[in-house]
Design a binder for this molecule. Structure first.
Ligand code: ZN
Ligand code: FE
Length: 256
């Protein structure tokens, strides 16, 4: 089985367009459909035909091109069961724990409520790939629009249980701001400082910071490090629950 090919490109102002292509069968999936033009150009550039859209949540910057692409390619649109009514062109709704096949591979659906109530991530265990959209960012976490911090913390724990080497593709290039904020709550973390410096350099050169890995996030993402004694001391939350530390970090980021 040949490895899947992945193309990442910018859509709108800071959304990632992601295409997943199987060179053997020709199957090609778009992870969300933020903007028609850049997705069509990427498909054209490779000579790929879109067969699937994997929608993660209902926000406009993730579903805007669903109908236009479906009209052009007759592709199948997958998306969250809990937001089915809000996903344009949805064909196959997916709930937590559901599994389906793409290009001869297993795709597992992980519900990660927080950013929205029905947000799902797509996990390909055989390829070690996770498409996390607006749940997990490099050194960050999605803004809590529809569910409280405790729910997002529960969602994060599901992703933290995946193998460290899992490659994670996320929805937005927010990494520089996330790194700068992470340093304010976790200033003594040497791995984080080094990563933040690398990100400053990469972004100056206009390079993307995608993908990341679960292992690297566990070392540098403050929302995954809520049990860390140094972070807790720094926040004055030594005796708090993990969910409370998580909530405090998310609140501070909202005001950063
Ligand atoms: Zn969103
Ligand atoms: Fe988004």
């Amino acid at each position: 089985m040949k490895p899947l090919e992945i193309d990442v490109f910018l859509c709108r102002s800071d959304n990632f367009g992601v295409l997943l292509h199987d060179p053997e069968s020709g199957a090609t999936a778009a992870i969300d459909a933020p903007e028609e033009g850049p997705i069509l150009r990427a498909l054209d550039g490779h000579g790929w035909k879109l067969t699937h859209i994997f929608t993660t949540h209902h926000h406009q910057d993730h579903v805007e091109a669903n109908l236009a692409l479906k009209d052009k390619f007759r592709c199948e649109v997958y998306g969250p069961y809990d937001e089915a009514i809000a996903i344009p062109g949805l064909d196959r709704s997916q709930a937590d724990g559901d599994e389906f096949e793409f290009a001869g591979r297993r795709v597992q659906v992980i519900a990660t409520p927080g950013h929205t109530a029905g947000h799902i991530c797509y996990y390909l265990p055989d390829d070690g790939l996770l498409f996390a959209a607006d749940t997990l960012f490099a050194m960050g976490c999605g803004r809590l629009f529809e569910r409280p911090a405790a729910d997002m913390w529960h969602s994060f724990q599901k992703l933290m249980a995946l193998p460290d080497e899992t490659r994670v593709y996320f929805g937005h290039e927010y990494t520089l701001s996330n790194a700068r904020f992470a340093l304010t709550v976790d200033p003594d973390n040497a791995v984080l400082s080094e990563r933040a410096a690398r990100v400053e350099t990469a972004r100056k050169a206009n390079e993307f910071t995608i993908p990341t890995t679960i292992g690297l996030e566990k070392q540098t993402n403050p929302y995954m490090r809520v049990a860390d004694a140094g972070i807790r001391r720094h926040l004055g939350l030594e005796g708090a629950t993990d969910a409370d530390v998580f909530a405090e970090i998310r609140t501070r980021k909202d005001n950063f």
